[in-house]
Ligand binder design. Structure first.
Ligand SMILES: Nc1nc2c(ncn2[C@@H]2O[C@H](COP(=O)(O)OP(=O)(O)OP(=O)(O)O)[C@@H](O)[C@H]2O)c(=O)[nH]1
Length: 335
């Protein structure tokens, strides 16, 4: 008789910066699937923004600091999952959102070590793809291709921003890269969850990339990790792509016009921004997003009694940190 797998399913959400991972995560959390979901987010940047952007769950969102993207097994993730599994009220499903700059394979491999594999079943790696920045994201970093290659399900998102002809062309390229994956087109990552969750689509072979069976793929070994030396992984491993982030935080408000001018003449290299803005004269908290040359600030409820602040992370190539910080500082209003 076939045994029922009692392990908790886990889905890894990956995809380039700004492709729509958090949008998908929020959509899943707000849908009526009746599952008790635990969420782990991992983000890029010195100050954390993502946990503020995840809505629709009463559960604590576990946030991992910039982890090592090169190590074969993510110890921080292992610890976070073990802690979640120890909860009295155990979740029925686990969602892990990786940073847009991370190769999802070390994250996936973490779930395959015995300690976790006994309790958690990796259900699928879901890669979100921004249809409006498909070529740009492939050019920006080789990691984008790794994410597509590793995906069991490819969510081709933001198809509202491109023609149906472009959608067709991207699908052909996706098929060439990863013919076995399930491809779903979406706007705002709205997808039939029956095609996404608890689908049992994870394939170990995809992680090996055609390599030897029964052996985990060894990504570049990180000597600093091996010797327990403290180091900034993102700086060292993203050097080739020259991608870095600049974080800005203040408890003073931004001047609407000056910040608008900053956005209109964005310092070179920036292609992603996200944050929470306090604009002078606005009682509402604004959630800010910049992807490529598209930006938006959406009201997200009144500040109320909460102390007001601005937190912003800008990500790009060859950034001039001092120049960016100086320009942002000059957008602040004295109070
Ligand atoms: N036009 C359009 N915008 C979208 C769509 N999906 C998401 N967005 C917007 O794209 C921006 C980035 O979305 P996120 O969900 O934060 O992207 P992400 O992949 O989590 O980004 P990182 O955390 O930087 O990796 C937000 O402003 C979203 O509202 C879509 O289908 N169409």
């Amino acid at each position: 008789m076939e045994q029922i797998d009692q392990r908790i399913p886990a889905t890894i959400l990956t995809g380039a910066l700004g492709s729509g991972k958090t949008t998908l995560l929020n959509y899943i959390l707000q849908e009526n699937h009746g599952l008790k979901v635990a969420v782990i987010v991992n983000e890029f940047g010195e100050i954390s923004i993502d946990h503020h952007l995840v809505v629709g769950t009463d559960e604590e969102v576990v946030e991992l600091a910039n982890g090592c993207i090169c190590c074969t097994v993510r110890e921080d993730l292992q610890q976070a999952v073990e802690k979640i599994l120890e909860r009295e009220d155990r979740p029925e499903y686990l969602l892990v959102e990786t940073t847009g700059l991370a190769d999802p394979r070390p994250v996936a491999q973490t779930f395959l070590i015995d300690e976790l594999n006994e309790q958690v079943r990796l259900d699928a790696i879901v890669t979100v793809i921004d249809a409006s920045r498909f070529s740009e994201n492939l050019e920006l970093s080789g990691t984008t291709t790794d994410q597509i290659l590793a995906g069991d399900i490819l969510i081709l998102n933001k198809i509202d921003l491109v023609s149906s002809e472009t959608v067709g062309k991207i699908k052909e390229e996706l098929y060439d890269l990863n013919p076995a994956a399930r491809v779903l087109d979406t706007v705002n990552a709205r997808v039939d969850l029956r095609l996404l969750l608890d689908v049992g689509m994870f394939q170990l072979e995809r992680l090996f990339g055609g390599g030897s069976e029964g052996e985990l793929l060894m990504l570049e070994d990180c000597p600093d990790c091996a010797f327990g030396v403290e180091h900034n992984h993102f700086h060292s491993h993203l050097q080739d792509d020259e991608i870095s982030s600049v974080s800005f935080a203040s408890d003073r408000p931004l001047d609407y016009d000056r910040f608008g001018e900053f956005m209109g003449n964005l310092p070179g290299g920036i292609f992603r921004g996200k944050g929470i803005l306090w604009i002078e004269g606005y009682d509402e908290k604004l959630i800010f997003h910049l992807v490529g040359d598209r930006s938006q600030a959406v009201a997200n409820g009144e500040w109320g009694r909460e102390p007001r602040y601005t937190k912003l992370v800008l990500i790009g190539k060859r950034l001039n940190r001092d120049d960016i910080l100086c320009k942002l500082e000059s957008c602040l209003v004295n109070v």
